[in-house]
Design a protein around this ligand. Structure first.
Ligand code: ADP
Ligand code: MG
Length: 397
């Protein structure tokens, strides 16, 4: 059984290695969305209240190495500042993830700081799941706590190798919350269960679609993914994004789902444009067909209404993948309509996926949904039924 924070017998003056997912989006060195930091606070605050001495480890982005440029671009410095402000506490950023300095700092008599290791991916051992690196951290840690749900699908040193050598390991509050919500989607959701799928590619989502063929009563499809399905149904999709090598598979999935008397629902109209940069020239189509010289960039008004009706009748709703190119206004409106319908729905509503979560946050309806996962890839892998390495190791001896 996985143990959680409340199971820790004594935290007073204990050195806790806390793995968090502080991988926030940055623009010109500024944090664009601090959701992941905010979601990590309850665990940090609990550890502070219990008198623990905290060393936080996190990755940020995908640095290629520890060259000068990457070191600047992917530094956790802005996160350290934000965290210090939110916790009203000094946050000391270590120069490197494998620094020996925490040992000395933790040994101070009065310890009221928080130590933050620099981006764990600056050290090649992190992604290689290096035992040597893990031993380095273990040397100054009494207790390991993982609350980095968004990183649990990767067997990296701070997620896997470290807890393997730590006798005391626990899950934080965010992991508990995520598993509680996502397990409702993964295991026998209350019916009718409606799934909304979108995003860019069918190929990214095949396993999760297969899973929903079994559990969902209806699947509503939007986003670029819809055009591969529409093409399979013989609809004209113009210049929309289609995965040509997945058209046959799309057809097969529809047939299999409908053979079980379930509903596969595709868009009945679209927002179409000649070029992504041409939002002024965008039109709403009158049917499911798209003019030959245009591409579909969002679901149209009739589709939004249709999808909303299905969502309102559901007992459980899961949404993954934006309905359109939500990064470009006004092609975010279809996704916002889904967010609104979910906010108003009486059923249990969950959003999973990096971009869908971002769209849900932007919509202004986030606080009216039951759960928005902080884990992009991790949430999908969990729902697919995979065992996440970071979760598995917490349950081990
Ligand atoms: P998530 O991260 O929620 O799992 P994905 O990564 O699968 O979602 O998909 C998100 C991407 O899909 C976004 O970058 C969005 O612009 C793109 N997308 C959605 N609809 C379309 C479309 N009609 N044409 C092109 N790209 C689209
Ligand atoms: Mg994505």
């Amino acid at each position: 059984m996985m143990k959680t924070l409340k199971d820790i017998p004594d935290l007073k003056n204990k050195n806790v290695f806390l793995r968090l997912d502080l991988n926030v989006p940055l623009k010109n060195g500024e944090i664009v969305d601090d959701t992941r930091i905010r979601e990590a606070l309850p665990t940090v605050q609990f550890l502070i209240e219990q008198g623990a001495r905290i060393v936080i480890g996190s990755h940020l982005g995908r640095p290629k190495g520890d060259g000068e440029e990457d070191r600047k671009k992917f530094s956790l410095e802005p996160v350290a500042e934000d965290l210090a402000q939110k916790l009203n506490r000094e946050v000391v950023l270590m120069e490197s993830p494998d620094s020996d300095a925490p040992r000395g700092l933790l040994a101070e008599g009065r310890f009221d700081k928080i130590i933050l290791l620099e981006n764990l991916r600056f050290h090649p051992g992190e992604e290689k799941n290096s035992n040597e690196l893990a031993q380095k951290w273990a040397k100054y840690s009494d207790i390991y706590v993982n609350d980095a749900f968004g990183s649990c699908h990767r067997a990296h040193a701070s997620i896997d190798a470290l807890p393997k050598v730590m006798p005391q390991k626990y899950a934080g509050f965010l992991i508990e919350k995520e598993l509680n919500a996502l397990s409702k989607i993964r295991n026998a959701p209350e019916e009718p269960f409606v799934v909304i799928l979108g995003g860019s590619k069918v190929s990214d989502k095949i396993v999760v679609i297969e899973k929903f063929l079994d559990s969902a009563q209806s699947i509503l499809v939007g986003g670029a993914m819809a055009y591969t399905f529409l093409q399979a149904m013989g609809v004209s999709v113009g210049k929309s994004l289609v995965e040509k090598d997945k058209v046959a598979l799309a057809k097969e999935l529809i047939v299999r789902f409908e053979a079980r008397d379930k509903k596969f629902i595709l868009p009945i109209d679209h927002i179409a444009t000649r070029a992504l940069t041409d939002s002024d020239g965008a039109i709403a189509t009158t049917s499911e067909n798209i003019p030959a010289d245009m591409m579909g960039v969002d679901i149209g008004p009739k589709t939004r209404k249709l999808f909303a009706e299905h969502i309102s009748q559901a007992k459980t709703v899961f949404w993954n993948g934006p309905m359109g190119v939500y990064e470009t206004k006004p092609f975010d409106q279809g996704s916002f309509a889904i967010a609104e319908a979910m906010a108003k729905a009486e059923g249990y509503t969950v959003v999973g996926g990096g971009d869908s979560a971002a769209a849900a946050m932007d919509s202004g309806f986030a606080d009216k949904m039951d759960h928005i996962s902080t884990g992009g890839g991790a949430s999908l892998e969990y729902i697919e039924g995979k065992t996440l390495p970071g979760i598995k190791v917490l349950a081990g001896k």
